[in-house]
Design a protein around this ligand. Structure first.
Ligand code: AMP
Ligand code: ZN
Length: 114
């Protein structure tokens, strides 16, 4: 997807602050952090939204959560806790239409979410 921001990061056309990279996913620091630690886990393949997932994507979603766990552990947030969020479409506030998992940590989170 040539006009997709996160595909440009995966291809290297745009260089974000990369926190983790492997053959399945990348994790970058969010440019507009909503917590002291705010990362985005991005699959290397383009999937627009949660609605577009197929059974063939089950592994990549699992890989995204494994990367979130690794990030939380590596940055010292695993014990105290952290939040993972995937926004889907307009009412959830999705702005980038390439699947991504927010990993937020370093402060108490509110529930219900806003
Ligand atoms: P969402 O609103 O769930 O689609 O999340 C998109 C996220 O991407 C937002 O938290 C933005 O702050 C973040 N974002 C947008 N552009 C960039 C960028 N160039 N580098 C890092 N994060 C970005
Ligand atoms: Zn994309």
């Amino acid at each position: 997807m040539s006009d997709c921001l996160f595909c440009k990061m995966v291809s290297g056309d745009i260089t974000p602050d990369i926190l983790h990279s492997d053959e399945h996913v990348m994790a970058i620091r969010d440019i507009n952090p909503q917590a002291p630690f705010h990362a985005l886990v991005i699959p290397r393949q383009h999937i627009a939204t949660v609605n577009d997932l197929t059974p063939q994507d089950a592994e990549i979603v699992g890989r995204m959560y494994l990367a979130a766990r690794t990030l939380a552990q590596a940055n010292g947030f695993a014990e105290d806790g952290y939040r993972t969020v995937m926004n889907c479409n307009r009412l959830a506030g999705q702005t980038v239409y390439h699947l991504h998992l927010h990993v937020l940590a370093g402060r108490a989170m509110h529930w219900p979410p806003g």
